[in-house]
Ligand binder design. Structure first.
Ligand code: F1P
Length: 357
């Protein structure tokens, strides 16, 4: 497939423009820095419960883990549907909560209803994170974290995922006065754009591998949400069978289905790398193809894997997500093109999923 037709899809444009969305968001936040901090101040002692649906739920998983790691504030994570169906279990102790409602559109039924339930019946304030500042979910929320964003036309969420994650990470850096993370957030766009150019040919090559039919994504900690989101991108765009697990969980049963047609993508973290290298050795024996994302140059990893994406070793487990995710989105994208599927029009999906209640 020639480059011209590759770039014809809306989804592609939205994947490659995301770094400029991050810069726009940071510019906007930095001009409101003091105001944002002032608004958040009264909620520091609460448990922050991150919630969303689909991509926004996987974002909540990553954000919940990262936010706690950066700020030390207690967090929890739940799909919005659980707040509707099992609210007593989600909010199950006398702790004071803040509910963080995440939604690109601000219109998905479950998250809109969860926010209403929290505010109106449980007396729990909400912080809305969204790409649509005019949505009811945002307008009615007690607190808002919004930013300038050219709305995505594509059904699948790409730049919206990373830009909302960046917003939450920025907020965490402000709350914890972590100037290193804040400074690095400004640099990450350039690194990510460079990395995308460097590795896009490899990702396209893997996407074109006709024999690869099944896709597994593995990650620990904050990378688990990224693994889930990578699996969802692969499903939505290329209609391929894909799953995600906590990396070491994969050995406890799921690996029995691995075969030569399987691509296992391992998102390596700093903190548990020794365990993960042992895992890699086990995965090597399965006969599947391996793709590893890592921020360390490790000859052992290189020997053990088929494909290797090496990201700069400066951001560690706080910011590597912004280097991994755009390439993982491209993997789903290129697989869809290889299967002659239109990535802009996922089967059975619409840009906003609503429930008739
Ligand atoms: C969430 C969501 C996405 C999905 C599709 C439809 O929307 O379900 O996860 O990929 O785009 O919408 P939102 O609540 O973030 O707008």
């Amino acid at each position: 497939m020639d480059k011209g037709s590759v770039e014809n899809y809306v989804t592609y444009g939205e994947i490659v423009r995301q770094q400029s969305s991050w810069r726009n968001a940071l510019n906007s936040f930095s001009s409101r820095r003091a105001d944002i901090l002032k608004l958040i101040e009264p909620f520091r002692k609460r448990t922050w419960v991150f919630s969303g649906c689909g991509t926004s739920f996987y974002l909540a998983q990553t954000a919940s883990f990262l936010f706690k790691a950066i700020t030390g504030i207690a967090t929890n994570v739940t799909p919005a549907s659980e707040i509707l169906i099992n609210s007593k279990n989600v909010f199950n102790n006398p702790t004071e909560y803040l509910l963080i409602v995440i939604s690109r559109s601000g219109k998905t039924t479950e998250i809109v209803k969860a926010a209403e339930l929290a505010r109106n019946q449980l007396n729990i304030p909400t912080l809305a994170v969204s790409c649509n500042p005019n949505s009811d979910m945002v307008v009615k929320s007690n607190l808002k974290l919004t930013f300038p964003f050219s709305q995505e036309e594509s059904v699948v969420m790409t730049g919206s995922f990373t830009t909302m994650l960046l917003s939450i990470t920025y907020l965490a850096s402000l709350i914890s006065s972590n100037s290193e993370i804040e400074t690095n957030l400004w640099k990450i766009a350039e690194f990510s754009a460079t990395l995308m150019k460097e590795y896009e040919p490899l990702i396209q090559y893997i996407g074109n591998e006709k024999d690869l039919l099944y896709f597994i994504f593995l990650g620990q900690g904050s990378y688990f949400g990224i693994a889930n989101e990578a699996a969802l991108k692969m499903q939505e765009m290329s209609l391929s069978f894909s799953q995600a697990y906590h990396s070491l969980e994969y050995r406890h049963g799921p690996m029995s289905t691995a075969e030569a047609n399987t691509l296992i993508t391992l998102l390596l973290s700093h903190s548990v790398e020794d365990y993960e290298i042992t895992l890699l050795k086990d995965l090597r024996k399965l006969g599947a193809k391996l793709l590893v994302f890592s921020s360390k140059s490790n000859s052992q990893i290189i020997e053990l894997t088929d494909y290797y994406v090496k990201v700069p070793d400066i951001y560690h487990d706080y910011l590597n997500h912004f280097l991994y995710m755009p390439l993982l989105q491209l993997l789903g994208y290129y697989k869809s093109l290889a299967k002659n599927i239109n990535p802009d029009k996922p089967k059975n999906l619409s840009a906003v999923v609503t429930l008739e209640l």
